[in-house]
Design a binder for this molecule. Structure first.
Ligand code: UDX
Length: 442
């Protein structure tokens, strides 16, 4: 098929590249000229394992193209995917200005029947709005062209996005039009080699809702476990054991019940807020979602609280090594990362930070911790430890999972670890002679 993907952010670029990899002819469009210029040369704006090579391969194979002009791409296009950002508006709801701008551009320039696919995470009812905007533009042109707006939310995990796209758990398609559903089925068939059972066609509003509910459910599991962790500490239980104890119940399962420093990233915080807002706009107060957010906000600072409990409120003269800045391993993304909150809290109290992250240092320096002058960035995990008063582990990158504990002990001023991701065995730490604080176990 001939596809146009509008927006070359994280979702658009992965979507376009994976469709190209399956043999479609794909043009990715973005208004950012510099970005498009770079993409044509195979330089990608984000870190996502495997993506750069896949972009390059498809550019070389002439299956993937980049353009800044949407109007030039619609002439021979079967489907246009809207994958532009939906940032959080001031009131917590998703801001649809970019999505609706694209819809209006499509309406202005489309010249043949078209399927328009909402890939961006958008509130329930957006597909109808997109449809209205396109129809209005067609009316202005006194033209009538057949088109359908489909909701096809993405479920990509950063760091694993290509795997998630190429081997999806499910593909959700919201459309009430049979022929459109069939076209979507054809597009996704190569991704389901054994059975199409995981292609779920439903009405548009249910599809839009599915995306929010999936993320809100996962965020709820995490906040629930973090709350349990805090109670475990108080009653003298070990949340690591409790996690295994409950996960073994197949109704509960092991995934997404790891306690830690709270969820971050571009999706969970924004989507929980937006779902809450949607409910409110329909006259419903979503109490559980409120609590999920409150628990998460508090959880981000639990490790900082432990440091303060140990060292006291005045941290001047203290230096802390930080391992991990990104909101999770496998990405350079620092949006809503717990590290931001923890580091800022400690430096406000006078501390200095020596931070190391395999991928996110650039993001920290340029954006998220730009104004914090009390951070130095190290080139390696062990360099970050030199003469620090303690190590704080904030992101569970693989290279932190099994470090040389003697090197940790020898490099730090005090043999002391605050682990916001429960990566190590407390008993082993005790045997090595490292004082070890973790989440959910005293
Ligand atoms: C998420 C969804 O998984 C994906 O389907 C959706 O499309 C976008 O949002 P992502 O934001 O990339 O993907 O991250 P994910 O791997 O889901 O982790 C989210 C957060 O939860 C991270 O901050 C992670 O550290 C935290 N988390 C995850 C926990 O604290 N405990 C867990 O058990 C699992």
């Amino acid at each position: 098929m001939n596809l146009t993907i509008i927006g070359t952010g994280y979702v658009g670029l992965v979507t376009g590249t994976c469709f190209a990899e399956m043999g479609n002819k794909v043009t990715c469009v973005d208004i950012d000229e510099k970005k498009i210029e770079n993409l044509k040369k195979g330089i990608i704006p984000i870190y996502e394992p495997g993506l750069e090579a896949m972009v390059q391969r498809n550019v070389d194979n002439k299956t993937l193209f980049f353009n800044t002009q949407l109007k030039d791409c619609l002439a021979d296009c079967d489907m246009a995917f809207i994958a532009v950002g939906t940032p959080m508006g001031e009131d917590g709801s998703a801001d649809l200005k970019y999505v609706l701008n694209v819809a209006s551009e499509i309406g202005k320039h489309m010249s043949q029947p078209l399927i328009i696919v909402d890939k961006s995470t958008v509130p329930v009812g957006t597909a109808d709005k997109v449809k209205d905007v396109i129809q209005e533009e067609l009316n202005k042109r006194n033209t009538n062209i057949d088109f359908h707006v489909v909701s096809n939310p993405e479920f990509l995990k950063e760091g694993d996005a290509i795997g998630d796209f190429m081997k999806p758990d499910r593909v959700v398609v919201g459309t009430e039009d049979k022929a459109t559903a069939e076209k979507m089925r054809q597009l996704y068939a190569p991704f389901f080699r054994s059975s199409m059972d995981r292609m779920l066609v439903m009405d548009v509003r249910s599809a839009e809702m599915t995306k929010y509910v999936a993320n809100a459910m996962l965020a709820t599991k995490i906040s629930f476990m973090n709350e349990v962790a805090n109670i475990c500490e108080l009653v003298g239980a070990d949340v690591n054991k409790v996690r295994i104890g409950i996960g073994s119940d197949s109704r509960i399962g092991y995934s997404f019940i790891y306690p830690g420093s709270g969820y971050g990233g571009s999706c969970f915080p924004k989507d929980v807020k937006a779902l809450k807002k949607t409910a409110q706009q329909h006259g419903y107060q979503a109490q559980l979602l409120n609590a999920v957010e409150d628990v998460n906000d508090r959880q981000k600072l639990v490790i900082a609280d432990k440091v303060i409990e140990h060292f006291g409120n005045d941290l001047s003269g203290k230096t802390f090594a930080v391992w991990g800045l990104s909101f999770k391993p496998g990405t350079d993304d620092m949006r809503e990362a717990p590290s931001i909150y923890i580091i800022n809290k400690l430096t406000e109290l006078g501390a200095k930070i020596q931070a190391y992250d395999p991928k996110a240092v650039h993001e920290a320096k340029e954006f998220y911790l730009k104004d914090n002058k009390n951070i130095e960035y190290a080139d390696s995990r062990y360099e970050a430890l030199e003469n620090a008063d303690a190590l704080l582990l904030l992101t569970e990158w693989k290279e932190f999972r099994s470090p040389d504990f003697m090197a940790i002990k020898n490099n730090l001023k005090n043999p002391l670890i605050f682990d916001g991701r429960n990566q190590y065995d407390g008993e082993r730490m005790e045997n090595i002679g490292i004082k070890y604080y973790q989440i959910g176990k005293k």
